[in-house]
Write a protein that binds this ligand. Structure first.
Ligand code: FAD
Length: 489
């Protein structure tokens, strides 16, 4: 049995555990809270109902960004805050922050004229102070056509260039959790929070091990609800969310050989063409979502919309569904506006909210991948009001996030397909199912077109490591194929 499997079992068998804080949700926000609290010396446990990062935090556009678009909405403080965090992360986790130039073309009559983009990018750099590298420039139509092959020539007025960064969302969660674990945090995936009561100054929380179907109680002085799109459904929660869905598709970069990310404007919305090694990520959509967050998937209409926008900007490439290597869709847990507003999904604020719902119970919701460290710091500061001892200050802005010693397996691109990588995911990164590795620890499922072959290669490696027999191995393959089929458009 692997180290992480042994410690999971031991933790679940212990009945005497009492924690300073129990975090519900193993996405980027929960992971950030776990790391911050552990670095301040708190006794912390985190429960995640499925795999770590299996919610929204493995389904983003994978950008660390201030959010140029939010300037249009007057969200200057948000852009400033996110830009500062973006630059901090580039120092704390350089393996997960790859500088990425963006080119934003403007076609005459498109609604975002060149002067507006030029003012926007200058402002973007200005309000970010020294945090954003000063690289913004204005490009003529001629230069754009020379630098971005295949771009629609007709009515092209020019464009702007600026800089943000590419990350790997799921790896950011895993490496943040590894850092929390190093600081003593107990991290349990496939354990669902079910209910809790407060008595004697403590929260008595009932959690269910999804793998064994056993229920156990964890006691904690405080609880943090970091359940993302699920946060409003938890008992005691006072979170009010408005959910919107975003889908991405992945194609081979040879079909769209862009040297930089390209921003395509479509009405209020914008869509990115993001170079990702030998692939390009195309997205995202932004539509109202009212279903169960666990059921979100890319629909055929999402694919059609993305292809239409991309083909209109690059008329000669003729991208079709046959070019799709993979896709993913996620739900944005946005804070619902106070009044019953009819704001378009892309206009809803990306701000976060931290609220004390009951003594010792803190809800945190909204925000962005980019701002998770700050959100976590603010949450743990609030926890201090419910703990006996004075809390030390947060150390997360100065303590690096753990990278792997093997540099081939860290960073924004998937690692090479090799047995030792798998082994490591099981031993040190809490991988339990085949899809934990293919979809989240490595992104192999999203990057490669021969997914079935890869699954059949990796399953025996995991079987060796985790002691699966032939039936279990087959069961894991079937589980993965079901998941892959469900998320495919
Ligand atoms: P999640 O990652 O969803 O984590 C919550 C977790 O709680 C889930 O894993 C869930 O399983 C778990 N949970 C729920 N209920 C329970 C329970 N009862 N017990 C135990 N666990 C439970 N941000 C950026 O900065 N850059 C981007 O490029 C970007 N692009 C985006 C693109 C799209 C399409 C979307 C949807 C979002 C994007 N975002 C981006 C936003 C960012 O991804 C989210 O803000 C962030 O991932 C939310 O993290 P979270 O931890 O709050 O939620």
């Amino acid at each position: 049995m692997t180290d992480s499997a042994t410690s999971r079992q031991q933790a679940l068998q212990r009945r005497d555990s009492e924690f300073d804080v129990l975090v519900i949700g193993g996405g980027i926000v929960g992971a950030g809270v776990a790391r911050d609290a552990a670095l301040r010396g708190l006794r912390i446990a985190l429960v995640e109902q499925a795999d770590f990062a299996s919610g929204t935090s493995s389904r983003s556009s994978r950008l660390l960004h201030g959010g140029l678009r939010y300037l249009e909405q007057g969200e200057i403080a948000l852009v400033r805050e996110a830009s500062k965090e973006k630059m901090l992360l580039s120092r704390l986790a350089p393996h997960l922050s790859q500088p990425l130039p963006f080119v934003f073309p403007s076609w005459n009559g498109s609604g975002r004229p060149l002067w507006k983009l030029a003012v926007g990018t200058q402002l973007y750099e200005l309000i970010c102070g020294g945090w954003n590298p000063r690289l913004a420039s204005i490009w003529s139509a001629k230069r754009l056509l020379a630098e971005i092959p295949g771009l629609r020539r007709e009515d092209l007025g020019g464009g702007v260039r600026y800089l943000d960064a590419l990350t790997n969302d799921a790896r950011l969660v895993i490496d943040t959790l590894r850092s929390a674990h190093q600081g003593g945090a107990l991290l349990l995936n496939y354990v669902r929070f079910e209910s809790s009561d407060r008595s004697g100054g403590k929260w008595h929380c009932s959690v269910r091990d999804v793998l064994s179907e056993k229920t156990l109680e964890l006691r904690a002085k405080t609880v943090v609800n970091a359940a993302g799109a699920w946060a409003s459904g938890l008992p005691h929660s006072r979170v009010r969310l408005r959910l919107t869905k975003g889908a991405h598709i992945v194609a081979d970069r040879s079909r769209l050989p862009v040297p930089a990310a390209v921003v395509l404007s479509q009405g209020d919305r914008i869509l990115f063409v993001i170079p990702w090694g030998e692939r390009v990520i195309l997205g995202t959509t932004d539509t109202e979502y009212t279903g169960d967050p666990s059921d979100v998937r890319t629909e055929a209409s999402d694919v059609e919309y993305i292809l239409e926008v991309v083909n209109s900007a690059f008329p000669r490439i003729g991208l079709t569904r046959a070019d799709l290597i993979s896709s993913w869709a996620g739900v944005r847990p946005l804070i619902a506006p106070e009044t019953n507003s009819t704001e378009a999904p892309s206009d809803i604020s990306r701000k976060h909210e931290i609220r004390v719902a009951e003594p010792g119970w803190i809800d945190v919701a909204g925000g962005k991948l980019t701002t998770y460290r700050l959100m976590a710091e603010q949450v743990v500061d609030q926890l201090g009001n419910f703990l006996d001892a004075k809390l030390p200050r947060s150390r997360t802005a100065t303590t690096p996030i753990l990278a792997l010693a093997d540099r081939s397996f860290s960073g924004v691109l998937p690692p090479p397909l090799a047995a030792d990588v798998v082994r490591r995911c099981c031993r040190d990164e809490w991988a339990i199912h085949l899809d934990d590795i293919l979809l989240r620890r490595t992104s192999w499922h999203f990057y490669h077109s021969n997914q079935s072959e890869i699954a059949r290669t990796v399953a025996p490696w995991m079987a060796d490591e985790l002691g699966w027999d032939a039936a279990q191995t087959q069961g894991e393959l079937e589980r993965y194929f079901r998941t892959a089929e469900f998320i495919a458009p």
